[in-house]
Design a protein around this ligand. Structure first.
Ligand SMILES: CC(=O)SCCNC(=O)CCNC(=O)[C@H](O)C(C)(C)COP(=O)(O)OP(=O)(O)OC[C@H]1O[C@@H](n2cnc3c(N)ncnc32)[C@H](O)[C@@H]1OP(=O)(O)O
Ligand SMILES: O=C(O)CCC(=O)C(=O)O
Ligand SMILES: [Zn+2]
Length: 451
């Protein structure tokens, strides 16, 4: 069965090699992988990140940057959280952004009354439905939850703005309870229902099943919110879209409660691999790095080294086998193209894992002429020094230049006959690893010559 499936996909791809084998499966009619929207919650969930404090000016700067990036919705902290939160919400509503502005409230009329007065385009209502939260958060039963949901939803709808109802801790809630309340709120006309993996316990299979089941019960859009406690937040978001959810909650760098939620950049990476045209048509990916830098600085963290897309080594190739192929065709070892994000690809050649193809490329960049065999010889010298210590570009360039000078200088050079060639002293010094020419200047990265 799975072997049949494998051959089928392969044949399709072989027949049309421009199609994307990692993209949405056309046979999956439920999938919204090519039709998703983003609810950007840096200014709500992100404000719940332990290190976050957003001044009004910072909130406005972030909201504008998110709008320029092209997110569909911007979700803001509840206006009842504090007086300044309410004023900031009003101020952001007055910016006239293209993204729709939402605020996030508890399922309570007091919160709803304040929210609708702020000028938001919509209200995201949430209430815990798991036994944990029913016992220890608000202490209400499902009957009470349903009645207050109906009251809040009808009130917000009467104000002519969007309303979403979400169950907090959905994956630890009783399925029958969940489907009953979602069916009820769908009938009274919510714009969206939300599923929230509040504690980050869900795995992709569970996500697929819950979204798929909910899809058969409601006619409105489904939004999903995934915490990343067990590292599944991006995979769960993608799977939710495959199962028919339409909207995903994200924050810049994934900031939020504990270790946060699905990150905007990581989701972009996942989605562009699936449907590049759709993602490029909607989102200004060249702005991602500046957006992440803005948020990282305001919450005083670094962008992680292994961040999708913007991590410092996200487009750096090192091993000789990889470098050779990348130089010939970047698709060999890249599923994402750095140029889609306004970024550059690097080949890291100053190390002992390098190969002669990468070194030949460096020789060309230095405008030197060495034969393939000479490149192999100089690569061996680089590896020798790389066995002894960490290298940088200056080390490699010196070895190459010295070798080049040696092989191109017309001096008498005894070769072969069982005798070792006479090596200039400086190269010999480098070979035994005692060079005093190591420089702290320059990184050990070189721009890929191709592209
Ligand atoms: C999973 C999530 O991230 S949900 C979003 C979380 N967001 C926030 O908490 C926003 C920031 N929060 C705040 O500023 C404050 O918690 C406030 C203003 C909302 C409430 O503050 P306080 O009244 O001092 O209550 P406190 O925070 O101690 O407790 C939460 C209260 O909300 C109630 N509550 C919790 N969830 C809900 C809900 N979904 N719907 C209605 N009421 C709720 C609890 O019963 C509790 O009220 P109680 O003390 O009368 O029992
Ligand atoms: O409103 C929602 O859907 C999600 C609320 C939240 O942050 C969570 O449950 O983790
Ligand atoms: Zn959350």
């Amino acid at each position: 069965m799975s072997i049949d499936g494998f051959f089928k996909v392969s044949e399709e791809y072989a027949a049309n090699p421009t199609s994307n084998p990692y993209g949405p499966n056309p046979a999956d009619y439920l999938s919204n992988v090519s039709n998703f929207q983003i609810i950007e919650s840096t200014l709500r969930e992100g404000e719940q990140f332990a290190n976050a404090f957003f001044s009004t000016e910072t909130k406005i700067a972030i909201a504008k940057a998110l709008d320029e990036f092209g997110v569909d919705y911007i979700e803001l902290t509840s206006p009842v959280a504090s007086e300044q939160s309410r004023k900031d919400c009003e101020a952001i509503c007055k910016l006239g952004l293209k993204s729709k502005i939402l605020t996030h409230i508890r399922c309570h009329m007091d919160d709803a009354r304040v929210a609708v007065e702020t000028g938001v385009d919509g209200v995201d209502v949430v209430i815990g439905t798991s036994q944990f939260l029913r016992d220890y958060s608000h202490g209400k039963d499902m009957m009470y939850i349903t009645q207050s949901a109906i009251e809040v939803i009808e009130y917000v709808k009467s104000k002519g703005i969007e309303i979403r109802f979400s169950s907090e801790d959905s994956f630890r809630s009783d399925l029958v309870d969940l489907l009953n309340i979602y069916r009820t709120v769908d009938k009274i006309g919510v714009n969206r229902v939300g599923i929230a993996d509040t504690v980050g316990c869900a795995n992709p299979r569970q996500v697929y099943e819950l979204v798929n089941t909910l899809k058969s019960v409601v006619s409105c859009d489904i939004e999903c919110h995934f915490h990343n406690d067990t590292g599944c937040a991006i995979a769960n978001a993608y799977t939710a879209l495959e199962a028919g959810a339409r909207l995903i909650d994200v924050s810049v760098l994934g900031i939020g409660e504990r270790n946060g939620i699905t990150p905007l950049g990581g989701l972009m990476a996942r989605m562009i691999a699936a449907d590049r045209d759709y993602v490029l048509s909607k989102y200004k990916l060249h702005k991602l790095r500046d957006l992440e830098t803005l948020v990282a600085e305001s919450v005083r963290v670094n962008i992680p080294f292994n961040n999708p897309i913007t991590g410092f080594c996200a487009f750096t190739h090192k091993a000789g086998v990889h470098a050779k192929s990348i130089l010939a065709d970047p698709s060999t070892y890249e599923i994402l193209s750095p140029s889609d994000f306004g970024l550059t690809r690097y080949i890291h050649f100053a190390n002992r894992l390098t190969g002669w193809n990468a070194i030949k490329s460096r020789v060309d960049q230095l405008n030197l002429q060495l034969s393939d065999q000479q490149c192999q010889e100089v690569t061996a010298k680089i590896k020798k020094l790389g066995d002894v210590r960490r290298l940088n570009i200056d080390d490699v360039d010196s070895i190459i230049k010295d070798f080049h000078a040696y092989v191109t200088t017309p001096v008498v050079r005894p070769i072969a006959n069982g005798h070792a060639p006479r090596i200039p002293r400086n190269l010999s010094r480098l070979d035994n690893g005692s060079s005093s020419r190591s420089s702290s200047k320059g990184s050990s990265h070189s721009k890929s010559k191709l592209r």
